[in-house]
Write a protein that binds this ligand. Structure first.
Ligand code: NDP
Length: 248
């Protein structure tokens, strides 16, 4: 197993769910963490916990991944001790609504497309060149089972996650001849704030999503990501699909 000791790992969407779980497992392995999200106070609480529990070095980025110039500035202005990013976890993402396409909200569509696709592209565009020039690196993109199966009302969210899958494959092709690795991790249902965000804070509706299913936990996903990034340098795990046992 490759060591993560002192590796610099940038996690987007670290303020909640899967991103927070990744931060914890990487901190336990001795990595240095750049944690990005819009809710800085959440990141600060997480950083305090990681510093106390693991003595982790943490750098915080209050960042909206939809804002291309903010992403460029955040990456180009990293202090030199933080600029050599070894692993990028493109995790920030969301779903909004479960509306039929012909009744859908333009605002919801744009938020999903701008976050899940464009945000991931911006981060990759500004971080990957450094990986190529240093001849080391790994990009992990959070896709979804929604990129493989379309469900009623899933239309635009499913399209964004299908795009993540294709972008991951495309980036892998573009990086052939370099040692930089690319992985897409595509989970089924995971119990996080995702459903609450999807239904614009309607917690009752969000809870019903998990009825009849034992959902995956954020730690289940972090475990898989940890496995992918700790393989020997010649091994690229292209894609992992993981589902709750009782999800169709
Ligand atoms: P959460 O809602 O718990 O976390 C989402 C994270 O994304 C938050 O930290 C949020 O931070 C961040 N985020 C959202 N929009 C932006 C933005 N514009 N700029 C920066 N950060 C942003 O959901 P999950 O942990 O479940 O989701 C993580 C990823 O996993 C997503 O890509 C999601 O699509 C994917 N996924 C989730 C599944 C599930 O069932 N939960 C299943 C399959 C895939 P903040 O609001 O502070 O900016």
């Amino acid at each position: 197993m490759a060591s993560l000791e002192n590796q610099i790992i940038l996690i987007t969407g670290a303020s909640s769910g899967i991103g927070t779980a990744c931060a914890k497992i990487f901190a336990g392995a001795g990595a240095k963490l750049i944690l990005a999200a819009r809710r800085l106070e959440r990141l600060q609480q997480l950083a305090d916990t990681l510093t106390q529990d693991f003595n982790t070095e943490v750098h915080l980025l209050e960042l909206d991944v939809r804002d291309r110039s903010a992403v460029e500035s955040a990456i180009s202005n990293l202090p030199s001790s933080w600029s050599d990013i070894d692993i990028l976890i493109n995790n920030a993402g969301l779903s909004r609504g479960l509306d039929k396409l012909h009744e859908g909200s333009f605002t919801d569509w744009e938020e999903m497309i701008d976050t899940n696709i464009k945000g991931l592209l911006y981060l990759s565009r500004y971080v990957v060149p450094g990986m190529v020039s240093r001849s080391r690196g790994h990009v992990v993109n959070l896709g979804s089972i929604a990129g493989h199966q379309t469900y009623p009302g899933g239309n635009v969210y499913c399209a964004t996650k299908a795009a993540v899958r294709v972008i991951s494959e495309g980036l892998k092709q573009d990086l052939l001849g370099t040692p930089v690795r690319v992985t897409s991790v595509d989970p089924g249902m995971v119990e996080t704030e995702f459903s609450e965000v999807r239904f614009h804070g309607d917690t009752e509706r969000a809870k019903k999503v998990y009825q009849g299913v034992t959902p995956l936990t954020p730690d289940d996903i972090a475990d898989v990501i940890f496995f992918c990034v700790t393989r020997s340098p010649h091994v690229n795990i292209n894609e992992v699909v993981l589902m709750p046992v009782d999800q169709a």
